[in-house]
Write a protein that binds this ligand. Structure first.
Ligand SMILES: Cc1cc2nc3c(=O)[nH]c(=O)nc-3n(C[C@H](O)[C@H](O)[C@H](O)COP(=O)(O)OP(=O)(O)OC[C@H]3O[C@@H](n4cnc5c(N)ncnc54)[C@H](O)[C@@H]3O)c2cc1C
Length: 399
């Protein structure tokens, strides 16, 4: 049976974010590392947006950046300078190519393509079965969703979306200005908005995002995007659609175990998706940094969360509850947050980088009655827990 120090199961965003850091770490060059992914990845299957203040490890593959963002709602609009933050976009295909190249170059790392069948804690090792073979490791870093996310006992909203990569006949976009949220479409008792991310003056990603558990047929998403462009971008006389993308991001307040014995959970199944917004990429990067630091310093991947991140989980539960039960329409809630706060401040809050007094100030800008009511309901509620396996023998180990 082949043995490794670390096995990374799942080579998507989280698995590759960690693998990239391990590949670049001189201190961990002596560790034998195996990355297992179902199959070669090269498709541009998703586009990641996030914001940060300084250049990150993937700066060289950021394909577009903006420091001016706009938000629109029926009774409100704001064009904002978000400095010191920069809103960045990375194409999935570039990310896979870049990170996999680093992994292939690292002499201590191997890639195996095959389906992982199970991961099991043994006494002082972890066993991974993939492609009909069994491997042993000291630690397994897993981002594979072996169990579906339960909805009972949780506030759960899917963020489902469809995007068009369009090319217009005439120059209509300001490449320096992106539309972050445009709520000027019928809301139907849900939270519905579009974002428009221009690559240049003729090309943009126009994406419709809906927070609800009722998904639409593709034709219906397409009809809404088409109507939006006609109503709110009168300068667009003609355009072609190069490509379309669909996706679903679960927004849930489930409690995700961070570890189970020698299994360390990463990415969405490691609880790195921000429950009130669906943003995940940046949190995955923070988590990968903390894991790397722990491995380099003491060999144990215990990546404890900052207090700010822990508090942010409570705020997410409150916001998710408000959105899920439509205690306040989502468009009004977000418009109010953007209207009453400095943009950079709100972005800082959404990245869980604020301190408690700053958060209190921020809360005061929400409709306090709704916020405190939802907070009161959350304090006595314990959301459901995610099981790594449906009948997980590992659960007793979960910390
Ligand atoms: C279309 C789309 C757009 C998004 N855009 C943004 C965004 O702009 N900003 C943001 O912050 N977040 C965004 N997200 C959310 C989040 O960043 C992504 O979902 C991210 O990919 C999550 O990373 P992950 O590693 O947890 O999961 P994944 O990236 O899905 O990785 C899991 C990996 O496990 C592999 N796998 C699964 N089962 C097995 C198996 N049995 N054996 C072997 N391998 C297996 C899969 O092939 C996959 O590569 C988006 C999500 C989607 C779907």
């Amino acid at each position: 049976m082949e043995s490794f120090d670390y096995i990374i199961t799942g080579g998507g965003c989280a698995g590759l974010s960690l693998a990239y850091r391990l590949a670049k770490s001189p201190k961990l060059r002596h560790k034998r590392i195996l990355l297992i992914e179902r199959g070669p990845k090269s498709d541009n299957d998703r586009t990641w947006c996030f914001w940060e203040k300084s250049p990150g490890p993937f700066e060289s593959i950021v394909c577009k950046k903006w420091q001016r963002l706009s938000v629109f709602q029926s009774r409100f609009k704001r064009h904002m300078d978000i400095r010191p933050y920069t809103y960045k976009m990375i194409l999935g295909s570039d990310f896979y190519e870049f990170t996999l190249a680093a992994v292939r170059e690292a002499p201590n790392m191997q890639i195996l393509y095959g389906g992982v069948e199970h991961i099991r804690n043994l006494e002082d090792k972890v066993e991974v079965r993939a492609g009909g073979k069994t491997y042993l490791a000291d630690w397994c870093f897993n981002s594979i969703p072996f169990s579906p996310l339960p909805k009972e006992g949780t506030h759960h909203l899917d963020q489902h979306f469809r995007g068009w990569f369009i090319k217009t006949d005439d120059p209509v976009f300001d490449p320096g200005q992106a539309t972050l949220m445009d709520f000027r479409i019928p809301q139907h008792g849900e939270t519905r908005f579009l974002y428009v991310l221009p690559a240049n003056d003729r090309e943009a990603l126009v994406e419709l995002a809906i927070f609800s558990n009722r998904h639409l047929q593709n034709e219906e998403y397409d009809r809404i995007i088409g109507a939006y462009l006609k109503d709110h971008w009168p300068g667009i006389k003609g355009f072609s659609v190069d490509r379309k993308e669909n996706g679903v991001i679960p927004m849930t307040d489930l409690r995700f175990p961070k570890t189970a014995g020698r299994i360390v959970q990463l990415g969405t199944v490691g609880g790195q998706t921000r429950a009130s917004t669906g943003y995940t990429f940046w949190y995955i990067q923070q988590h990968s940094d903390r894991l790397l630091e722990a491995l380099e310093n003491n060999g144990i991947p215990s990546a404890s969360e900052s207090f700010a991140r822990r508090r942010s989980r409570l705020y997410d539960r409150v916001l998710l509850q408000i959105l899920k039960y439509n205690r306040l329409p989502g468009d009004e809630l977000f418009a109010r947050l953007w209207k009453k706060n400095q943009p950079a401040w709100l972005l800082k809050f959404l990245n869980a980088e604020t301190n408690l007094p700053e958060e209190m100030k921020m809360m005061a800008t929400t409709p306090v009655f709704h916020f405190l009511g939802a907070l009161g309901r959350e304090i006595f509620r314990k959301p459901g827990k995610y099981r790594i396996y449906p009948e997980s023998p590992d659960q007793h180990n979960v910390s």
